[in-house]
Design a protein around this ligand. Structure first.
Ligand code: SF4
Length: 378
């Protein structure tokens, strides 16, 4: 039986309603992309594994930041077998500084599933791909369209903004209804061929032309299809979502010295940096003075089993994680019970140089940098 054509989503800009208009839109995207696309390392290949690594790294991370990580990662883990065979600490070491470490842990687990259950080949069905850890509809669509030219839509930050403006979406893009509309539009716009190039063209257009602030509408190849441009609503669309309420957190981290080594502990599965190593760290309730010092010493001892003395403040690091604004006071101190106090499976004593070889949280790495200029007081 012949399939009925899908109805055009109501949200369509008038200038995208007909199939002729959509063909013209695709043609303009292709022409622009062929001429203006940036040379990026992951665009030199259509290997699904490379596409996968790049797409995971690019989630919530800028292209310029990702490039050196992508190159180093592929050198060390050139295929899914190399990634699956590595231990998690090594994978995290190559991810260190990119943030959102869950992405690396999930990709590592997914590589093991691909080797064990799919003969080392990334599945070519979207649903099967999406059953792997860390792969959602967007990543599956990117892998399948870019590596295999399959007719799968994508929706990520740049295309969400671009499509929302094309159709002048009048509600925040994060609502379930908006997401459903945008997926429909992304699907309906897809060409029959060169789907990967088209999807990348939309992302590139969103990234370089349809920017969050001051989009370059006069240079935009699809301006004549854009309802937001037609109505002069560039500053109002995408409609902002409700403001995030930030929460301030006061934390302390302590480098405990013993005989030229410091104690580090591996974060447990429920902790913020699961799998990474860190200095003993915890929230502090007392604001200042002797009471705060006593609290820091007590919490450090409870956490590590090491008795300490000579606590001194090194620095205060400010950083943000999701909705938290964290003020981290870094201390060092001297172990008075010797190394035996700190011995357990998830703790080890290392020299400052040896800290280079383990994956640390970003602030853990900054604190390690502070220690390089500090002498063990023993
Ligand atoms: S015309 Fe402007 S707002 Fe519309 S898609 Fe192009 S850059 Fe974005």
């Amino acid at each position: 039986m012949r399939q009925q054509p899908k109805p055009v989503p109501e949200a369509y800009a008038e200038s995208l309603e007909s199939s002729e208009q959509r063909r013209a839109f695709r043609r303009r995207v292709f022409q622009w992309f062929d001429k203006h696309q940036r040379e990026l390392p992951w665009r030199q290949t259509d290997d699904p594994y490379c596409v996968w690594v790049s797409e995971i790294m690019l989630q919530q991370t800028q292209v310029v930041t990702v490039i050196p990580y992508f190159e180093k990662f592929l050198k060390r883990f050139p295929d899914v077998y190399a990634l699956a065979a590595a231990d998690e600490a090594t994978v995290l070491r190559y991810w260190e500084g990119l943030g959102y470490y869950r992405r690396a842990r999930q990709m590592h687990r997914a590589a093991q599933v691909v080797v064990e259950e799919h003969q080392g080949i990334l599945p070519r069905q979207s649903q099967t791909l999406q059953a792997l850890p860390g792969i959602g509809r967007y990543t599956a669509g990117a892998i399948l369209s870019i590596a295999h030219d399959q007719r799968e839509p994508i929706l990520e930050a740049n295309t969400i903004r671009l499509l929302a403006r094309l159709i002048a979406l009048d509600e925040p893009t994060t609502t379930a209804a908006s997401q459903a509309t945008l997926w429909d539009v992304a699907e309906e716009l897809l060409p029959r061929k060169r789907v990967g190039a088209f999807n990348q063209g939309l992302m590139e257009l969103g990234s370089l032309v349809c920017t969050p602030r001051n989009p370059e509408c006069t240079d935009c190849p699809v301006a004549r299809h854009c309802r937001t441009f037609g109505e002069g609503l560039q500053e109002a669309i995408p409609v902002p979502k409700k403001k995030t309420q930030y929460e301030a957190i006061d934390e302390a981290a302590v480098a405990i010295w013993h005989a030229g080594r410091v104690l580090v502990r591996q974060c447990g599965p429920d902790e913020r940096w699961a799998g990474l190593w860190d200095f003993p760290r915890f929230p502090v309730t007392d604001v200042g003075g002797a009471k705060r010092r006593r609290e820091v010493i007590r919490q450090t001892q409870d956490m590590t089993g090491v008795e300490l003395a000579q606590l001194r403040q090194l620095s205060v690091l400010k950083h943000a994680v999701t909705r938290y604004r964290i003020s981290l006071t870094c201390y060092d101190a001297q172990a008075t019970t010797g190394p035996a106090g700190g011995s357990s499976a998830n703790q080890q004593w290392l020299t400052v140089q040896e800290l280079e070889n383990i994956p640390l949280s970003v602030t853990g790495r900054k604190m390690a940098g502070l220690l390089a200029g500090v002498d063990d007081k023993a």
